[in-house]
Design a binder for this molecule. Structure first.
Ligand SMILES: Nc1ncnc2c1ncn2[C@@H]1O[C@H](COP(=O)(O)OP(=O)(O)OP(=O)(O)O)[C@@H](O)[C@H]1O
Ligand SMILES: [Mg+2]
Length: 253
């Protein structure tokens, strides 16, 4: 399964990515989590300390994986080469890869890094990981640039806060994903308090966004974030989300 996690800024993409990756790993799956944020911090949520997160090697910008690499300055790396050379084991059991990082002012756009991720997702990854999960930077540009970073994803999860704007973003994302031919797109409600679950159901109904599940606002999530550590365990609601994901992707395939 190749999963892209997208959504508006600050809705919880990195938190949800890390929790899903950890929940899959806890079920014994080999999980590769790819951080495509130009300001990467998925490593902390997977149990690395900040210093180790900051030294995770970043994919070279010219790298194109598979046949698309022939004659390209990036050469012809295979998916196995890339996972071996750039994958970092984390205490959560999830292998982390950092695809894009902006370290110098004026270093140019990150399109080449997105093309690397696109080419990697285009490869058969079954021997490297049962689940490949991509934590995206906020916004919709990754669905439009150079053929779409996530063009070869099987499932797109659009994380939403309990706000009308984030549900509308999910609806727009769904339309772009359909153009790219991504077979499954689901909304995931996050930071839900009181009657927010009903809010998500109603708005997703109104905008035709299939709602996979809703995660509650959780003080331990924000406390872990403030302390710069991973959550102690995976909340039960995340397990329910993985169950729903497995059931609905099995029905579709
Ligand atoms: N379920 C939750 N309960 C409480 N706080 C949460 C929850 N999910 C995320 N947060 C908090 O919301 C903030 C943003 O979360 P996160 O970094 O995961 O969002 P993001 O969508 O990846 O942000 P960005 O757009 O910057 O990449 C963090 O402080 C995080 O701890
Ligand atoms: Mg993030």
């Amino acid at each position: 399964m190749k999963l892209g996690v997208v959504g508006k800024g600050g809705v919880g993409k990195t938190t949800v990515s890390a929790l899903l990756a950890r929940a899959f790993a806890a079920r014994g799956r080999r999980v590769l989590a790819i951080d495509t944020d130009s300001n990467p911090n998925l490593g902390v949520s997977l149990g690395l300390d900040q210093q180790r997160t900051d030294t995770v090697p970043v994919l070279p910008r010219s790298l194109i994986v598979g046949s698309g690499g022939s004659g390209n300055s990036g050469g012809t790396a295979t998916a196995a080469d890339v996972v071996r050379d750039y994958g970092v084991a984390t205490p959560s059991g999830v292998t982390l890869m950092s695809a894009i990082k902006v370290t110098d002012a004026g270093a140019g756009c990150t399109c080449a890094g997105h093309a690397s991720v696109r080419s990697l997702l285009g490869e058969v990854m079954a021997e490297q990981a049962a689940v490949t999960l991509v934590d995206m930077e906020a916004g919709l540009e990754h669905l439009s640039r150079s053929g779409g970073t996530l063009a070869y994803a099987d499932v797109l999860l659009v994380v939403m806060e309990p706000s009308r704007k984030s549900v509308i973003t999910a609806a727009r994302t769904q339309a772009l994903a359909a153009e790219l031919g991504i077979p499954l797109v689901f909304g995931v409600g996050n930071k839900a308090r009181q009657d927010d679950e009903e809010f998500f159901s109603a708005l997703c109904g109104e905008f035709d966004v299939p709602l996979l599940g809703v995660l509650p606002y959780d003080d331990t999530v924000s406390a872990a974030d403030r302390a710069g550590v991973a959550l102690g365990g995976v909340p039960r609601a995340v397990d329910a989300l993985v169950d729903a994901l497995e059931a609905r992707s099995a029905v579709a395939s």
